[in-house]
Design a binder for this molecule. Sequence first.
Ligand code: GDP
Length: 193
Amino acid sequence: MKVNKAEIVISAVSPKQYPQDRLSEIALAGRSNVGKSSFINRLIHRKNLARTSSKPGKTQTLNFYRINEKFYFVDVPGYGYAKVSKKEREKWGKMMEEYFALRDTLKLATLIIDIRHKPTDDDVMMYEFLKHYQLPVLVVATKLDKIPKNKKSAHLEQVIQTLDLDPEDTVIPFSSETGEGKEDVWHYLEQYL
Ligand code: GDP
């Protein structure tokens, strides 16, 4: 897809702030620092629309990016920071549930993981959370440029096994550094738009 227009519409903390225009949504989830902002920026050809490396302690929001006035990417707050307090974790959980349980314009979730490592317990939990809401999930295994080419299939296999990937779901290797995988990702996303 050629992105002509990408704009942040709202950073929402509660459902009443979500956009009301009924466009389809694709959620983007991933561990803090996994490379989620770099993924979005690479996909939509913007240097810095999605802020990179959001740190804990900052207000956690659902960021709605309207793309080509056709659909939304919904950047959901990262998880897996050891340092966040119990209160912050509870707030995060409530925000995630409110969105994923009730949002009928949500068509697909994209889960960003790091291809270099076995998915963490937090990654597995996030995948299971998304499947609990019966969402189709595209797993994007990013930082592909950081592993040798001949190790790619072994790493992908480890992702599939560790997540116990549902047969209806797919994992696509990706690099925000080189752009590899970008066409495959767009092709996959377009099926849901
Ligand atoms: P976020 O917290 O998930 O939004 O992560 P960021 O997008 O800020 O990325 C975290 C760090 O990983 C940054 O230093 C990025 O430059 C780096 N990074 C992200 N994606 C890639 C990638 O595909 N390849 C390489 N080599 N580095 C990446």
